[in-house]
Design a protein around this ligand. Structure first.
Ligand code: FA5
Length: 337
Protein backbone atom coordinates (compact mmCIF):
# COMPACT_ATOMS: atom_id res chain seq x y z
CA UNK A 1 0.00 0.00 0.00
CA UNK A 2 1.35 3.46 -0.88
CA UNK A 3 1.87 6.05 1.85
CA UNK A 4 -1.06 8.05 0.48
CA UNK A 5 -3.41 5.07 0.54
CA UNK A 6 -2.30 4.20 4.08
CA UNK A 7 -2.91 7.79 5.15
CA UNK A 8 -6.42 7.75 3.68
CA UNK A 9 -7.22 4.57 5.64
CA UNK A 10 -5.79 6.02 8.87
CA UNK A 11 -7.76 9.26 8.40
CA UNK A 12 -10.90 7.15 8.25
CA UNK A 13 -10.19 5.45 11.57
CA UNK A 14 -9.05 8.71 13.17
CA UNK A 15 -12.21 10.56 12.20
CA UNK A 16 -14.50 7.85 13.53
CA UNK A 17 -12.67 7.53 16.85
CA UNK A 18 -12.33 11.28 17.43
CA UNK A 19 -16.01 12.04 16.78
CA UNK A 20 -17.11 9.12 19.00
CA UNK A 21 -14.83 10.30 21.83
CA UNK A 22 -16.23 13.86 21.68
CA UNK A 23 -19.80 12.61 21.69
CA UNK A 24 -19.08 10.29 24.60
CA UNK A 25 -17.69 13.05 26.83
CA UNK A 26 -20.02 13.79 29.78
CA UNK A 27 -17.95 16.50 31.47
CA UNK A 28 -15.73 19.37 30.34
CA UNK A 29 -12.71 17.46 31.71
CA UNK A 30 -13.48 14.36 29.66
CA UNK A 31 -13.89 16.49 26.56
CA UNK A 32 -10.61 18.27 27.16
CA UNK A 33 -8.78 14.96 27.54
CA UNK A 34 -10.28 13.76 24.25
CA UNK A 35 -9.33 17.02 22.57
CA UNK A 36 -5.70 16.69 23.68
CA UNK A 37 -5.59 13.05 22.57
CA UNK A 38 -6.99 13.65 19.09
CA UNK A 39 -6.29 17.25 18.08
CA UNK A 40 -3.78 18.52 20.71
CA UNK A 41 -1.26 20.91 19.10
CA UNK A 42 1.83 19.07 20.22
CA UNK A 43 1.07 15.41 20.66
CA UNK A 44 -2.42 14.95 19.28
CA UNK A 45 -3.08 12.14 16.79
CA UNK A 46 -4.04 14.61 14.08
CA UNK A 47 -0.68 16.32 14.44
CA UNK A 48 1.02 13.06 13.43
CA UNK A 49 -1.31 12.64 10.46
CA UNK A 50 -0.48 16.21 9.40
CA UNK A 51 3.21 15.43 9.46
CA UNK A 52 2.67 12.34 7.33
CA UNK A 53 0.63 14.43 4.87
CA UNK A 54 3.37 17.03 4.55
CA UNK A 55 5.90 14.30 3.84
CA UNK A 56 3.91 12.96 0.87
CA UNK A 57 5.15 13.52 -2.68
CA UNK A 58 3.12 16.04 -4.75
CA UNK A 59 0.85 13.45 -6.36
CA UNK A 60 0.24 11.81 -2.94
CA UNK A 61 -0.79 15.24 -1.58
CA UNK A 62 -3.17 15.68 -4.50
CA UNK A 63 -4.66 12.27 -3.74
CA UNK A 64 -5.23 12.95 -0.04
CA UNK A 65 -5.62 16.75 0.21
CA UNK A 66 -9.37 16.94 -0.07
CA UNK A 67 -10.05 14.08 2.32
CA UNK A 68 -7.52 15.48 4.75
CA UNK A 69 -9.28 18.88 4.95
CA UNK A 70 -12.69 17.27 5.15
CA UNK A 71 -11.56 15.13 8.07
CA UNK A 72 -10.17 18.18 9.89
CA UNK A 73 -13.43 20.08 9.46
CA UNK A 74 -15.64 17.22 10.61
CA UNK A 75 -13.60 16.57 13.72
CA UNK A 76 -13.57 20.30 14.59
CA UNK A 77 -17.32 20.51 14.14
CA UNK A 78 -17.83 17.49 16.41
CA UNK A 79 -15.61 19.14 19.06
CA UNK A 80 -17.61 22.39 18.85
CA UNK A 81 -20.96 20.70 19.15
CA UNK A 82 -19.75 18.68 22.17
CA UNK A 83 -18.58 21.94 23.79
CA UNK A 84 -21.99 23.53 23.12
CA UNK A 85 -23.80 20.52 24.56
CA UNK A 86 -21.78 20.59 27.79
CA UNK A 87 -22.21 24.37 28.13
CA UNK A 88 -26.01 23.91 28.51
CA UNK A 89 -27.53 23.90 32.02
CA UNK A 90 -27.15 20.57 33.79
CA UNK A 91 -30.82 19.58 33.67
CA UNK A 92 -30.93 19.78 29.90
CA UNK A 93 -27.65 17.99 29.36
CA UNK A 94 -28.73 15.10 31.59
CA UNK A 95 -31.12 12.62 30.07
CA UNK A 96 -34.71 13.05 31.35
CA UNK A 97 -34.88 9.74 33.15
CA UNK A 98 -32.12 10.85 35.51
CA UNK A 99 -34.40 13.66 36.80
CA UNK A 100 -37.15 11.22 37.75
CA UNK A 101 -37.12 10.14 41.36
CA UNK A 102 -38.41 6.59 41.48
CA UNK A 103 -38.50 6.64 45.26
CA UNK A 104 -40.90 9.62 45.52
CA UNK A 105 -44.44 8.77 46.75
CA UNK A 106 -46.89 8.28 43.88
CA UNK A 107 -49.62 10.78 42.99
CA UNK A 108 -52.90 10.01 44.77
CA UNK A 109 -55.46 8.71 42.29
CA UNK A 110 -58.95 9.74 43.29
CA UNK A 111 -61.37 6.87 42.85
CA UNK A 112 -64.84 7.73 41.63
CA UNK A 113 -67.98 6.56 43.40
CA UNK A 114 -71.16 5.04 42.05
CA UNK A 115 -73.90 7.69 41.77
CA UNK A 116 -76.31 7.47 44.74
CA UNK A 117 -79.27 6.93 42.41
CA UNK A 118 -77.50 4.03 40.71
CA UNK A 119 -76.73 2.56 44.13
CA UNK A 120 -80.40 2.90 45.08
CA UNK A 121 -81.52 1.28 41.83
CA UNK A 122 -79.17 -1.66 42.42
CA UNK A 123 -80.54 -2.07 45.97
CA UNK A 124 -84.13 -1.95 44.73
CA UNK A 125 -83.42 -4.65 42.16
CA UNK A 126 -81.83 -6.72 44.91
CA UNK A 127 -84.65 -6.30 47.48
CA UNK A 128 -87.45 -6.95 44.98
CA UNK A 129 -85.45 -9.78 43.46
CA UNK A 130 -85.52 -11.48 46.84
CA UNK A 131 -89.30 -10.97 46.93
CA UNK A 132 -89.51 -12.82 43.59
CA UNK A 133 -89.83 -9.89 41.17
CA UNK A 134 -88.06 -10.12 37.81
CA UNK A 135 -86.65 -6.99 36.12
CA UNK A 136 -88.48 -5.79 32.99
CA UNK A 137 -87.73 -2.89 30.65
CA UNK A 138 -89.39 -0.57 28.17
CA UNK A 139 -88.51 2.37 25.90
CA UNK A 140 -88.27 5.96 27.11
CA UNK A 141 -89.81 7.25 23.86
CA UNK A 142 -93.32 5.86 23.96
CA UNK A 143 -96.48 5.85 21.89
CA UNK A 144 -99.81 7.05 23.22
CA UNK A 145 -101.17 3.51 23.40
CA UNK A 146 -98.65 2.37 26.02
CA UNK A 147 -98.43 5.66 27.91
CA UNK A 148 -102.19 6.40 28.02
CA UNK A 149 -104.72 4.42 25.99
CA UNK A 150 -104.03 0.90 27.29
CA UNK A 151 -103.73 2.36 30.80
CA UNK A 152 -107.37 3.43 30.59
CA UNK A 153 -106.49 7.11 30.08
CA UNK A 154 -108.85 8.32 27.31
CA UNK A 155 -107.97 11.14 24.85
CA UNK A 156 -109.94 13.78 26.77
CA UNK A 157 -108.16 13.04 30.06
CA UNK A 158 -106.18 16.05 31.41
CA UNK A 159 -103.06 13.85 31.92
CA UNK A 160 -102.71 13.80 28.11
CA UNK A 161 -102.55 17.57 27.78
CA UNK A 162 -99.56 18.40 25.52
CA UNK A 163 -98.53 21.06 28.04
CA UNK A 164 -98.11 18.39 30.70
CA UNK A 165 -96.01 16.04 28.57
CA UNK A 166 -92.90 16.10 26.40
CA UNK A 167 -94.35 15.19 23.00
CA UNK A 168 -91.85 14.42 20.26
CA UNK A 169 -94.41 14.47 17.47
CA UNK A 170 -98.18 13.98 17.24
CA UNK A 171 -98.04 10.37 18.39
CA UNK A 172 -94.91 9.88 20.44
CA UNK A 173 -93.73 11.33 23.74
CA UNK A 174 -91.10 10.84 26.44
CA UNK A 175 -92.87 8.47 28.83
CA UNK A 176 -94.39 10.26 31.82
CA UNK A 177 -94.54 7.13 33.98
CA UNK A 178 -93.11 3.61 34.08
CA UNK A 179 -96.64 2.15 34.07
CA UNK A 180 -96.04 1.81 30.31
CA UNK A 181 -93.91 -1.26 31.08
CA UNK A 182 -96.94 -2.99 32.67
CA UNK A 183 -98.60 -2.95 29.26
CA UNK A 184 -95.50 -4.00 27.36
CA UNK A 185 -94.95 -7.00 29.64
CA UNK A 186 -98.60 -8.15 29.66
CA UNK A 187 -98.81 -7.83 25.86
CA UNK A 188 -95.90 -10.26 25.58
CA UNK A 189 -96.75 -12.94 28.13
CA UNK A 190 -99.73 -14.65 29.74
CA UNK A 191 -100.27 -14.49 33.53
CA UNK A 192 -98.84 -14.98 36.09
CA UNK A 193 -96.67 -11.85 36.05
CA UNK A 194 -94.36 -10.62 38.78
CA UNK A 195 -92.08 -7.84 37.54
CA UNK A 196 -90.50 -4.55 38.48
CA UNK A 197 -89.36 -1.91 35.97
CA UNK A 198 -87.00 0.93 36.88
CA UNK A 199 -86.17 3.84 34.64
CA UNK A 200 -86.36 7.49 33.67
CA UNK A 201 -89.61 9.34 33.19
CA UNK A 202 -90.16 12.90 32.02
CA UNK A 203 -92.63 15.62 33.00
CA UNK A 204 -92.49 19.39 32.44
CA UNK A 205 -92.65 20.02 36.21
CA UNK A 206 -91.07 23.15 37.70
CA UNK A 207 -87.81 22.28 39.46
CA UNK A 208 -87.85 22.59 43.25
CA UNK A 209 -86.51 20.63 46.22
CA UNK A 210 -88.76 17.62 45.50
CA UNK A 211 -89.55 17.91 41.76
CA UNK A 212 -87.45 17.54 38.63
CA UNK A 213 -88.42 17.31 34.97
CA UNK A 214 -86.56 14.01 34.58
CA UNK A 215 -86.69 11.52 37.41
CA UNK A 216 -86.85 7.78 38.01
CA UNK A 217 -89.69 5.51 38.97
CA UNK A 218 -89.86 1.92 40.07
CA UNK A 219 -92.96 0.15 38.83
CA UNK A 220 -94.22 -3.13 40.22
CA UNK A 221 -96.83 -5.47 38.75
CA UNK A 222 -98.16 -8.71 40.17
CA UNK A 223 -100.89 -10.58 38.30
CA UNK A 224 -102.25 -14.01 39.23
CA UNK A 225 -105.44 -15.62 40.44
CA UNK A 226 -106.77 -14.28 43.76
CA UNK A 227 -104.34 -11.40 44.23
CA UNK A 228 -105.71 -8.88 46.75
CA UNK A 229 -104.93 -5.46 48.23
CA UNK A 230 -103.56 -7.27 51.29
CA UNK A 231 -100.82 -8.77 49.10
CA UNK A 232 -99.97 -5.28 47.86
CA UNK A 233 -99.67 -3.88 51.34
CA UNK A 234 -97.58 -6.82 52.55
CA UNK A 235 -95.14 -6.58 49.65
CA UNK A 236 -94.74 -2.82 50.08
CA UNK A 237 -94.26 -3.13 53.85
CA UNK A 238 -91.68 -5.88 53.42
CA UNK A 239 -89.90 -3.80 50.82
CA UNK A 240 -89.96 -0.63 52.97
CA UNK A 241 -88.58 -2.42 55.99
CA UNK A 242 -85.86 -4.19 54.01
CA UNK A 243 -84.87 -0.95 52.30
CA UNK A 244 -85.20 1.62 55.10
CA UNK A 245 -85.23 -0.37 58.34
CA UNK A 246 -87.53 -2.54 60.47
CA UNK A 247 -89.08 0.48 62.24
CA UNK A 248 -90.56 1.84 59.01
CA UNK A 249 -94.37 1.96 58.75
CA UNK A 250 -96.45 2.32 55.61
CA UNK A 251 -99.98 3.55 55.16
CA UNK A 252 -102.46 3.75 52.27
CA UNK A 253 -104.61 6.78 51.52
CA UNK A 254 -107.51 6.50 49.07
CA UNK A 255 -106.65 8.02 45.71
CA UNK A 256 -107.40 7.76 42.00
CA UNK A 257 -105.47 6.48 39.01
CA UNK A 258 -107.29 5.53 35.79
CA UNK A 259 -105.41 2.22 35.59
CA UNK A 260 -106.11 0.96 39.14
CA UNK A 261 -109.32 0.38 41.08
CA UNK A 262 -109.21 0.88 43.99
CA UNK A 263 -106.23 3.24 44.01
CA UNK A 264 -104.09 4.40 46.90
CA UNK A 265 -101.26 6.78 47.71
CA UNK A 266 -98.44 5.07 49.56
CA UNK A 267 -96.89 6.96 52.47
CA UNK A 268 -93.98 5.84 54.61
CA UNK A 269 -93.02 6.92 58.08
CA UNK A 270 -89.54 6.24 59.38
CA UNK A 271 -90.04 8.00 62.70
CA UNK A 272 -93.14 6.71 64.46
CA UNK A 273 -92.85 9.11 67.39
CA UNK A 274 -92.46 12.16 65.16
CA UNK A 275 -95.43 10.94 63.12
CA UNK A 276 -94.03 12.32 59.85
CA UNK A 277 -95.35 10.68 56.69
CA UNK A 278 -93.73 10.98 53.30
CA UNK A 279 -95.49 10.22 50.04
CA UNK A 280 -93.56 7.73 47.93
CA UNK A 281 -95.94 6.89 45.14
CA UNK A 282 -99.19 5.46 43.92
CA UNK A 283 -100.59 1.94 43.81
CA UNK A 284 -103.76 -0.08 43.49
CA UNK A 285 -105.49 -3.10 42.02
CA UNK A 286 -105.15 -3.32 38.22
CA UNK A 287 -108.29 -1.93 36.56
CA UNK A 288 -110.26 -4.54 34.54
CA UNK A 289 -110.07 -2.23 31.52
CA UNK A 290 -106.29 -2.56 31.54
CA UNK A 291 -106.59 -6.36 31.55
CA UNK A 292 -109.00 -6.16 28.62
CA UNK A 293 -106.59 -3.91 26.67
CA UNK A 294 -103.85 -6.56 26.87
CA UNK A 295 -106.15 -9.57 26.40
CA UNK A 296 -106.20 -10.86 30.00
CA UNK A 297 -109.53 -12.12 31.41
CA UNK A 298 -110.43 -9.88 34.43
CA UNK A 299 -112.87 -12.56 35.63
CA UNK A 300 -110.02 -15.01 36.11
CA UNK A 301 -107.12 -12.81 37.08
CA UNK A 302 -106.51 -9.98 39.46
CA UNK A 303 -103.36 -8.03 40.21
CA UNK A 304 -101.76 -5.12 41.94
CA UNK A 305 -99.45 -2.42 40.62
CA UNK A 306 -97.41 0.32 42.22
CA UNK A 307 -95.17 3.18 41.07
CA UNK A 308 -92.72 4.86 43.45
CA UNK A 309 -90.33 7.78 42.95
CA UNK A 310 -86.73 6.51 43.11
CA UNK A 311 -85.28 9.95 43.98
CA UNK A 312 -87.69 10.25 46.90
CA UNK A 313 -86.64 6.82 48.15
CA UNK A 314 -82.97 7.68 47.84
CA UNK A 315 -83.50 11.04 49.56
CA UNK A 316 -85.27 9.36 52.45
CA UNK A 317 -82.56 6.71 52.69
CA UNK A 318 -79.65 9.16 52.88
CA UNK A 319 -81.28 12.26 54.39
CA UNK A 320 -80.86 14.28 51.17
CA UNK A 321 -83.07 17.38 51.25
CA UNK A 322 -82.94 18.59 47.64
CA UNK A 323 -83.58 16.50 44.52
CA UNK A 324 -81.55 18.92 42.36
CA UNK A 325 -78.33 17.73 44.01
CA UNK A 326 -78.62 14.44 42.08
CA UNK A 327 -78.28 16.14 38.72
CA UNK A 328 -75.77 18.94 39.31
CA UNK A 329 -72.72 16.64 39.13
CA UNK A 330 -71.05 18.42 42.01
CA UNK A 331 -68.33 16.03 43.15
CA UNK A 332 -68.46 17.43 46.70
CA UNK A 333 -71.96 15.91 46.89
CA UNK A 334 -71.29 12.75 44.89
CA UNK A 335 -68.13 11.83 46.81
CA UNK A 336 -70.16 11.37 50.00
CA UNK A 337 -71.74 8.13 48.79
C1 FA5 B 1 -97.70 7.73 38.85
O1 FA5 B 1 -96.83 8.11 38.11
C2 FA5 B 1 -98.35 6.41 38.70
N1 FA5 B 1 -97.94 5.82 37.45
C3 FA5 B 1 -98.01 5.51 39.86
C4 FA5 B 1 -98.82 4.25 39.90
C5 FA5 B 1 -98.28 3.09 39.36
C6 FA5 B 1 -100.10 4.23 40.45
C7 FA5 B 1 -99.02 1.90 39.37
C8 FA5 B 1 -100.86 3.06 40.47
C9 FA5 B 1 -100.28 1.90 39.93
P1 FA5 B 1 -97.53 9.85 40.40
O2 FA5 B 1 -97.74 10.82 39.32
O3 FA5 B 1 -98.14 10.14 41.72
O4 FA5 B 1 -98.04 8.42 39.97
O5 FA5 B 1 -95.96 9.64 40.58
C10 FA5 B 1 -95.44 8.64 41.42
C11 FA5 B 1 -94.26 9.15 42.25
O6 FA5 B 1 -93.27 9.69 41.40
C12 FA5 B 1 -94.60 10.30 43.17
O7 FA5 B 1 -95.19 9.86 44.35
C13 FA5 B 1 -93.24 10.87 43.43
O8 FA5 B 1 -92.55 10.08 44.38
C14 FA5 B 1 -92.59 10.71 42.11
N2 FA5 B 1 -92.64 11.96 41.33
C15 FA5 B 1 -93.67 12.47 40.65
N3 FA5 B 1 -93.35 13.63 40.05
C16 FA5 B 1 -92.04 13.84 40.34
C17 FA5 B 1 -91.10 14.87 40.00
N4 FA5 B 1 -91.39 15.88 39.19
N5 FA5 B 1 -89.84 14.78 40.49
C18 FA5 B 1 -89.51 13.73 41.28
N6 FA5 B 1 -90.33 12.74 41.62
C19 FA5 B 1 -91.60 12.79 41.17
Amino acid sequence: MSDAAQLLADLEVFEREAIAAFERARTAEELEAARVEFVGQRRGKFRQLEERFRALPPDGKRQCGRRFNECRQRVRAALESARARLAQPQAKAEPRAAAFDFTAPSLRIRRGTVHPLTQTIEELIDVFGRLGFRLADGPEVEDEWHNFEALNIPPEHPARDPNDNFYIDGQRLLRSQTSTVQIRVMEKQPPPVRIIAIGRVYRPDVHDATHFSMFHQIEGLYVDRHVTLAHLKTVLRQFAQAFLGPEVQIRFRPSFFPFTEPSVEVDMSWDVRGGQWVELGGAGMVDPNVFRAVGYDPEQYSGFAFGLGVERLCMRRHGINDIRLFFENDVRFLRQF
